[in-house]
Write a protein that binds this ligand. Structure first.
Ligand SMILES: Nc1ncnc2c1ncn2[C@@H]1O[C@H](COP(=O)(O)OP(=O)(O)OP(=O)(O)O)[C@@H](O)[C@H]1O
Length: 375
């Protein structure tokens, strides 16, 4: 039986104030990780980053699977830094789920509670509740090999939640699924975690996972957090070229001088051919900005012209076509600058312009399409 102080919701844990506060310093060979992570009750924090950035190392350090060379891990205010792995209040879902093949789904989920000292019927009752919650009641007696990828993932999630963790660690939980299953599983996972009042830390290198699932994102590159914020903020105002590529924006670094940003490494005095007062090294923005600045705009905001355009477009650069590729129902044109950027245009516009590699073209972006923020 469930202890009387446990809430009826099978996913919720004890009613303490859950939170994560971690400083993680880890050495793995030549690689050093040095990140701080915090998350509030019920929050899903995504660790997003390229291969080898240190995301899994951070997750494993939280779990106690790799030792810290410095820092601490506080869960609900309790210091778990030196707590043995098996005694930490954590649940973990690995990429390949690691379900026990010889056990049924129910037995897999009941395993953790049994290890925690729950009686057989209590553990099975809890496992049954969780499987029902995961919409897997009909599969309780199935062995892992009889389950689809999405079902196996939900059993793994139920198993991780069965120990009533305060910290749920998900390592690339979508990686083993094919593309069509991922879409369904992604939205379902968000829904399943809605009632979990502990902290979830999710590792992914897929920006869509992070955008759809997470309340907050920490972007890790080379063992450091390079950007953190809510998904919409990260998508709108990327701070590194890696993030800009992920969210599909052109990004430049420069210096704000009022409504003009002078791009780094581009001296307006050494303007290239085609220089105009709104020339290649300058970006006009809507709000005045002073000091180090980042400017970002989407490829679809770039219009291409065979001649210098006349009209209200404030940013006009003469660029060279470096490559052309299909991009959904659009065409992506890679342009060599300064500034080097990508433009998404329609196939009809491409045909009209008759562009090919090496051609020069005029690119225009309205100031109202440019996002400018402190660099
Ligand atoms: N067991 C290990 N011993 C030594 N170095 C390791 C070990 N595991 C990982 N590393 C190194 O630590 C660095 C970070 O790896 P980690 O797996 O944490 O990155 P990641 O961001 O999770 O990457 P991926 O997305 O490829 O899984 C890498 O440079 C890797 O080579």
């Amino acid at each position: 039986m469930r202890p009387t102080d446990q809430p009826a919701n099978p996913v919720a844990g004890p009613a303490r104030a859950p939170a994560l506060e971690a400083e993680l310093r880890v050495r793995r060979g030549d690689f050093t990780l040095d990140v701080s992570l915090t998350a509030g009750p019920g929050e899903i924090l995504a660790l997003l980053g390229p291969n080898g950035a240190g995301k899994s190392s951070a997750l494993r350090a939280l779990a106690g699977l790799v030792p810290l060379t410095g820092g601490h891990v506080l869960v609900d205010g309790a210091d778990e830094t030196t707590t043995a792995v098996e005694c930490r209040p954590i649940g973990m879902v690995f990429q390949d789920y690691l379900l026990f093949e010889h056990m049924s789904a129910l037995e897999n989920v009941a395993f953790g509670p049994r290890c925690q000292g729950a009686g057989r019927s209590e553990a099975r009752a809890r496992a049954g509740e969780l499987l029902e919650h995961m919409d897997l009641g009909a599969h309780a007696q199935s062995k892992p090999r009889q389950l689809s990828g999405g079902q196996a993932q939900r059993v793994a999630l139920a198993r991780a939640l069965a120990v009533r963790p305060r910290l749920l660690l998900l390592d690339e939980p979508m990686a083993a699924l094919d593309a069509s299953t991922r879409i369904d599983v992604r939205s379902r996972l968000r829904h399943l975690l809605e009632d979990f009042d502990g902290v979830t830390v999710l590792v992914t290198h897929d920006p869509l996972d992070a955008m759809v699932l997470a309340d907050r994102i920490a972007v890790i590159e080379s063992g450091r957090v390079v950007q953190r914020g809510e998904p919409a903020e990260v998508a709108r105002r990327p701070r590194t070229s890696y993030v800009a590529r992920l969210v599909g924006l052109n990004l430049f670094q420069g210096r704000g001088e009022g409504e003009t940003v002078v791009l780094d490494g581009q001296d307006p005095g050494e303007a290239a051919e085609g220089w105009t007062p709104d020339g290649p090294a300058l970006v006009t923005v809507r709000e005045p900005h002073h000091g180090p600045a980042l400017v970002a705009f989407p490829p679809r905001a770039v219009a291409l012209y065979p001649e210098h355009p006349h009209g209200s477009t404030r940013n006009v650069w003469r660029l060279t076509v470096d490559g052309i590729e299909r991009f959904g129902d659009q065409v992506r044109v890679h342009l060599d600058g300064p500034p080097s950027l990508v433009a998404d245009i329609t196939p009809a516009a491409l045909a009209e312009l008759g562009l090919s590699r090496g051609d020069t073209v005029w690119a225009g972006v309205k100031a109202s399409e440019v996002e400018c923020y402190p660099g």
